[in-house]
Design a protein around this ligand. Structure first.
Ligand SMILES: [Zn+2]
Length: 83
């Protein structure tokens, strides 16, 4: 069941998407978005997708500037942390 209220919450969450991912939100707003994401699969998917996209763009930007050896070192570090 989707009420008008839920629809508005999604609109509010999506409107804050980029500010949230850039950590530019006020703590209150950030909490609002976070609590919405725990309840809303649709927005969570949207946020996860955007976050992955931003990370890819950032990695590509780094790859252009960093020499291969440095990039490999960074990638190795990241993989070690993830596992
Ligand atoms: Zn939502």
């Amino acid at each position: 069941m989707t009420t008008m209220d839920e629809y508005n919450q999604c609109q509010e969450a999506v409107r804050r998407l980029h500010a949230y991912l850039s950590h530019e939100l006020a703590p209150d707003d950030e909490m609002l978005v976070q609590s919405h994401l725990t309840r809303c699969q649709g927005c969570l998917a949207k946020f996860t997708f955007e976050e992955a996209l931003l990370r890819t763009i950032r990695e590509k930007a780094e790859a252009v500037h960093a020499p291969d050896t440095l990039r490999d070192k960074i990638l190795n570090l990241l993989h070690t942390e993830e596992s």
